[in-house]
Design a protein around this ligand. Structure first.
Ligand SMILES: [Zn+2]
Length: 404
């Protein structure tokens, strides 16, 4: 019975030593039994055939099956075995060739001188290999430290996570702590406590992904995929009395069809600061600093009136276009990135609406604060010049490894 590769379950050094010993002994025995060129071909295919040869099976049954920590050891052994098997198969072929020359000489009854000449010719034809078989074998059995090892690709942070961490670290340096919350939220935390009126369009299934089959629950207890990380702000204020300074990074969901600028899943970083005497000036100073930290010290910010149910007054923040330096023109034409306006809208913010304090038992007469929120993908797109938000979620390694 020719050798068959056993399936390994034990990858300890002792078990591997045993398995290698068994393989080498079978390799020698089978080689010794080869007596003709046809037998050699069968032997070669059994050990080296690309499709199901022993060497191929070693890759599948030993190397691929090896658990992480054993991979290096098994890989080295499989590499060494490959060299040994190849050399042995070659050596066996040359032994067969020598043997067949000798046989034909014996059969033809030539004198010794012809035998010697035939050997020399055969040796010359094979580039001297006949006479140096054993040497070649020894060489192959030696460990060649110049052979390339097993390359394991290094992982890297996903560009979205990388950007999210950068944003968070800007606020950590300002003394903010990080809070996280559940991605499946109740209507209460996602809308009601944030001052969304009961018939606000965001509560419609057009914009929000609700969990099915909850008709028996009251509206405020119904579960949904959070549409922003703002519920974490409510949960934090329920836990902590002012002063509060937190950023809430996380994944959010909206009922949007995917296209170059929309994705049903994306990420936000929201921030909240509540203390005595916090004013809109603090908000402006904080966000101006954060935008300069993220996009460079030459970036300017401006605040535009806006509306959010949970802040009053509310503002959209724009930064001067990082592509055209705020000029609105680039390379002699209008700047595409800012639609020639010189400004790019980036995030929403505002002073926390006093109604919100009522839900978390803060006294609006004593405390004030601000909140802001930004889309992580939006910032990553600007920072890295990405033109399609879907690239972040397709999992194409060629795209992702550029950020490694
Ligand atoms: Zn521009």
């Amino acid at each position: 019975m020719p050798y068959t590769v056993p399936k390994l379950t034990d990858f300890s050094t002792i078990a591997l030593d045993g398995a290698v010993r068994e393989l080498l002994s079978a390799l020698d025995q089978e080689s010794a039994a080869v007596a003709s060129e046809n037998e050699w071909k069968v032997y070669r295919d059994w050990w080296m055939a690309r499709k199901n040869g022993v060497l191929t099976q070693l890759n599948d049954l030993w190397l691929k099956a090896a658990p992480g920590p054993s991979k290096k050891d098994v890989g080295q052994r499989v590499n060494e075995l490959r060299g040994t098997v190849e050399a042995k198969v070659l050596a066996t072929k040359e032994r067969c060739a020598t043997l067949s020359i000798a046989r034909s000489i014996v059969e033809q009854g030539q004198p010794m001188i012809d035998l010697a000449r035939a050997f020399v010719e055969a040796a010359e034809k094979s580039g001297g290999r006949i006479l140096s078989n054993e040497e070649a074998l020894q060489k192959a059995e030696r460990l060649d430290i110049t052979l390339p090892g097993i390359r394991r690709p290094l992982g890297a942070e996903h560009p979205v996570i990388k950007t999210m961490n950068e944003i968070v670290s800007v606020f950590r340096n300002l003394g903010y702590s990080v809070e996280e919350g559940p991605e499946i939220e109740t209507d209460y935390y996602n809308f009601e406590a944030l001052n969304f009126p009961p018939n606000h369009p965001a509560r419609d299934t057009q914009d929000t992904l609700f969990i099915a089959g909850q008709e028996s629950k009251t509206l405020r207890d119904r579960l949904l995929l959070r549409t922003h990380t703002s519920p974490v702000q409510i949960r934090t204020m329920e836990k902590i009395k002012p002063p509060v300074r937190v950023v809430c990074p996380g994944k959010v969901h909206r009922n949007d069809a995917p296209d170059a600028t929309h994705s049903p899943v994306f990420h936000q970083v929201e921030g909240l600061a509540v203390d005595t005497n916090i004013t809109f000036c603090d908000l402006k100073g904080t966000l101006d600093h954060a935008m300069k930290a993220l996009f460079g010290s030459s970036v300017k910010t401006r605040f535009y009136p806006s509306f959010f149910p949970f802040t009053e007054p509310s503002a959209d923040v724009q930064i001067s276009c990082i592509f055209c330096g705020g000029k609105g023109t680039r390379d002699g034409g209008p700047c595409r990135n800012c639609k020639a306006s010189g400004w790019i809208e980036l995030l929403g913010c505002g002073m926390v609406d006093p109604n919100v304090y009522g839900f978390v038992d803060y006294d609006p007469a004593k405390v004030s604060g601000f909140a802001f929120g930004m889309g992580v993908e939006r910032i990553a797109i600007l920072k890295y010049g990405v033109d399609d938000i879907q690239l972040f979620f397709n999992g194409d390694v060629r795209f992702l490894e550029q950020f490694g």
